[in-house]
Unconditional design. Sequence first.
Length: 278
Amino acid sequence: MPTILNGRDLAASLRAELKNKVAELNLTPRLGVILVGDDPASHLYVALKEKAAKEVGIGVEKILLPNSAAKEDIIAKVEFFNNRPDIHGILIQLPLPPQLNEHEIISAMNPEKDADGFHPHNLTNLQNNQTAVIPGVTAGIIKLIELSGQTLAQKQACLIVNSDEFALPLKKLLQDRVAKVNIIHTPEPKDLQVADIVVVALGQPQIIKGEFIKDGAVLIDVGTTKVNGKVMGDVDATSLANRDVYLTPVPGGVGPMTVVMLLWNVYHLARQLAEKTV
């Protein structure tokens, strides 16, 4: 039977710790959020982030823009937050509408206010071990892997992804901890059978079957797809019912951890500003 890596419980513990940290600051950390379009999932994710931020004492200011918003209008709002000393972190909710260039808009952010850690400057610094701003989803995945209690040295990790931009920060942090990291875009039995850690983020429901997973493996399921009104992950959990593995649930695994690690980033950014002004 799988050992469930409960992201909700871990996130609740981290929020409680963060609430105490925020209370010790001599300012209220504030997050500026830019949400473009009417995608229901994006609005839900932002609402969850707002709720968690309120719980830990972080303020949120949200700007809503229509799906038709021009690049120049969005960048103007980014600059608005860039120039606000009371805004310590900026979040551009992804994905943006398809006609927009995400890289260009993210690059307009002040990297010192990049709460999500996706600014090119911060991604480069991460590769060079020079930044404390780690993408929330990446940091959350690492925390969940560590929750398994497994010794990571000399282990092999397999990242099954449809986005190298997502995979590269995770690859870097895993390489600091394990022997080998393999990035693939299509799950292959030969890769899964040797992997001690499997992270899957394809958005293809139940594509990962238990028959190809080795005993003792840690499976981190990032995929979320709604099928007939039910949210499903990329891992076929039922095929692992009698297996000795570690598994994140969907929902309740990576999602809550992504939110809380984003808020930890806002705290770190606010603290850095406070230290500069002392």
